[in-house]
Design a protein around this ligand. Sequence first.
Ligand code: ATP
Ligand code: MG
Length: 427
Amino acid sequence: MTSPKPSARPEIPQAIRGTQDIIGAAAESFGFVVATFERLRRLYRFGRVEMPVFEKTPVFARSLGETTDVVSKEMYSFDDRGGESLTLRPEFTAGLARAYLTNGWQQFAPLRLATHGPLFRYERPQKGRYRQFHQLDAEVIGSGEPETDVEMLCLADHLLHELGIADGVTLQLNTLGDAVSREAWRHALIGYFRDHRASLSEDSQDRLERNPLRILDSKDPRDQPFTAAAPRIDDFLSAEAQDFFGCVTQGLAAAGVAWTRAPGLVRGLDYYRHTAFEFVTDRLGAQGTVLGGGRYDGLIAALGGPPTPAVGWAAGIERLAMLVTESGAQFAPRLDVAVVAESIGEETKASALVAYLRRAGLTCEAFVSGSPRKRYDRALKANPALAISFDVRHETGGRTMRFLKPEALDRLRVQTLLDGWDCPVSA
Ligand code: ATP
Ligand code: MG
């Protein structure tokens, strides 16, 4: 006779590769990054905008360009039940440009926008690189002045300082020139790389005809000797483009924002103009770029809108949060008051006091469950500035409330508050 099979346990579902469940110090750092960004974007008068997490696929395919890594390899695209191809947003800018046009936001130009939230890219997951990650994003649409580029860079720099992680993060700055400069440079790059075609990596050979600027971005060691010696944009800048870059660098000097020149820093797509930048650190291993952006004057026109200058940046929240955690910042909210019901029957009173003190703005926790004897120990473990105990055993002169551990917190303040507390406590 066979014994009945033990009922099989259902298999525990697994998370999707490259997604994260964030808790504890990492989650606190994440929240701190978002809160700091929210505070600063108000200071700089950027309006908040909420965007859909998915768009019709062409929004990204057209604005990012079919030849970019994001579009060719990294997009999460699927057909919905109506047969339409949709894509989970891999970045904010394209959706914002779409929204600018479809909602007639031209009337508000120059439009200063800030948002943050999840993005999706099918990448190889590793430290600092996920398939669902999160960005802060700031954009100014409809402003072509170099002062706006400076302002964007100041906001980014200010953010890093307010997060306490500016040390060891470098602003790498480049200019891609205007359309004329950029085209002349592109021609020179194609000519130069063609001469070395056979020595380049397969990827770069492929980029040569389609998107030669991106060869400069290659991390393949086979490409590096050639990218280092490639023609530089400086030799092709028009007088206007030189002036523009000059205004940006003067503005940064005036604002006290340090930077280094990165002549190989490019944005592959035609609609990028002038300023391109990244904030980079070597403290995060290979994923060292925490924030990147630039001017994209041609994008809105590429989506069918009127010529509209724009500049923006995006920062990876996880990468910023890692630096914040590494900096040793502490976020565990300090517990002002622990209220302990050390005797059975005092629980309601303890809970009522906690509710009252919380409304008065103190962080409080009630210790009212489990063995009464252990409640006090648990309360002290939570390290409150002040502990208040309700304990009939200690009743003296009709008093059942005792102040214990009257350390950092102003005990007088609590006592003053309690004067107005009408709960049945014999005092
Ligand atoms: P990378 O060179 O690291 O792939 P990127 O050029 O693709 O970055 P952007 O599209 O400019 O990055 O996005 C801006 C910022 O968003 C990056 O600097 C980084 O901090 C963050 N980021 C980009 N992709 C990821 C990802 N897969 N996981 C976590 N953060 C990311
Ligand atoms: Mg990438």
